[in-house]
Design a binder for this molecule. Sequence first.
Ligand code: FES
Length: 107
Amino acid sequence: MARVVTVARAESFGPGARKKVFAGDRRIAVFNDGGTLHAVDDTCTHSGGSLSEGPCENGIVTCPWHGGQFRLSDGKGLGPPAYRGLTVYPVSVNDGVVVVTVDQTQP
Ligand code: FES
């Protein structure tokens, strides 16, 4: 079952913006990276760092705890210590509002 989570008004979520949102037990990090929206798990697969608090540039987010990096377009872990990838969520703008769609059955 899909759940739509409101992030922010699009005009207040410009390039460089980021936000952590919640969908039940899931923490999701949403980024506007140079005008491209991305939504991935907020919890780093290495040891649980909050990715929405890490630097994000050129489609890559860096975990603030140990420097693991993930590609935002597909969640791929780009090297040690981030071996396992992140779940990626569809993000869009509907009626001027940035929203993330979460499939609750997704791992
Ligand atoms: S918790 Fe993210 S790299 Fe260690």
